[in-house]
Write a protein that binds this ligand. Structure first.
Ligand code: ADP
Ligand code: ZN
Length: 294
């Protein structure tokens, strides 16, 4: 029986999983993300103790995922300064002496949703998490999209909504990008209350759903995914999804002709099929690919 390590590397916590070849979770450990000097040895110890055959990493980005680059497998421009330019993939490979494959956390989640979740049986999907940040992973032709770097769905520029009391946004790089306007912290900054505590009738949600519908339209026009999957803390507000669908239909203006967009987008813009497990299953699938490619 083969065994795999799966790392969900986040800016606040690292979640380490040990799974068998059927994808059954055998062991799990969550650690706070401190500096590489303290956190890497803790993580390496966990994976060494469990003798894994390969490791998959879904990592916060941006990342260098170009195999031809000398800094392939490094974290690049993160605001988490201790991790900036850290060659996380190579450090694991050298320490564990097993194949390692890494992608963005959201590309991993999109891959898992495409293979095992809400987009199972499809060749393409977009997975977006709306939380502390907004991140999106894209699978096209069964593979996560890389290209120049990798998609940064959360940093797309938006069309400001009339009447938005905070149209300038809070992204330190772009101000009014999607993340700057619609992330959990953006909602809290704009209204002075945590997104968790805003009641359903609050105007915050009308605005939020408009920005997320704009994102859906942009994604449909640019990537043409066969499904859009929305997860993350803010999407725990279950009434949002139908409003986003309705606004997406309005913004599309009857332009796209495809079966999926005929029926109120009910099967098109959906919640994750793997619940909160898209991330870990994505890292697990990356580990399997690492072994197959080795
Ligand atoms: P992270 O993005 O840090 O991995 P989450 O996806 O849980 O974690 O996102 C956290 C953000 O989501 C916070 O800004 C929080 O206000 C918001 N959030 C968490 N739960 C809810 C909820 N039930 N309703 C609305 N917003 C929520
Ligand atoms: Zn931005």
């Amino acid at each position: 029986m083969l065994h795999f390590g799966a790392l969900e590397a986040g800016g606040t916590k690292m979640v380490l999983s040990y799974l068998d070849e059927n994808g059954t979770m055998l062991e799990r450990l969550s650690l706070p993300t401190r500096t590489p000097e303290t956190t890497m040895p803790e993580m390496i110890r966990f994976f060494q103790e469990h003798s894994i055959d390969a490791l998959g990493i879904g990592c916060f980005g941006p990342l260098d995922l170009n195999p031809a680059s000398p800094t392939y497998g490094s974290i690049t421009a993160t605001p988490k300064l201790a991790w900036r330019h850290y060659p996380i993939m190579n450090v694991f490979r050298d320490a564990l002496k097993v194949p390692v494959k890494m992608d963005t956390d959201v590309n991993g989640a999109a891959l898992a949703e495409a293979r095992l979740g809400a987009a199972k049986g499809l060749d393409s999907c977009l997975y977006v998490t709306v939380g502390t940040g907004i991140g999106g992973g894209v699978v096209i032709g069964g593979k996560p999209v890389h290209g120049l770097v990798h998609p940064e769905v959360g940093h797309q520029l938006m069309h400001p909504v009339e009447g938005d009391p905070m149209p300038e946004g809070i992204c330190p790089y772009h101000k009014g990008c999607l993340e700057g306007l619609a992330s959990g912290p953006a909602i809290e900054r704009r209204w002075g209350i945590s997104a968790k505590e805003l009641p359903p009738e609050h105007p915050a949600w009308d605005l939020e759903s408009t920005y997320l519908a704009q994102m859906c339209v942009n994604a449909m026009m640019i990537f043409s995914p066969e499904k859009i999957i929305l997860g993350g803390g803010v999407m725990q507000q279950k009434f949002l999804l139908p409003i986003i669908r309705r606004k997406t239909v309005q913004l599309l203006g009857n332009y796209l002709c495809a079966d999926a967009v005929d029926k109120d987008l009910e099967d098109y813009i959906v919640e994750p099929g793997l619940d909160i497990h898209s991330g870990v299953m994505g890292a697990y699938l990356l580990a399997r690919e690492a072994l197959e490619e080795a």
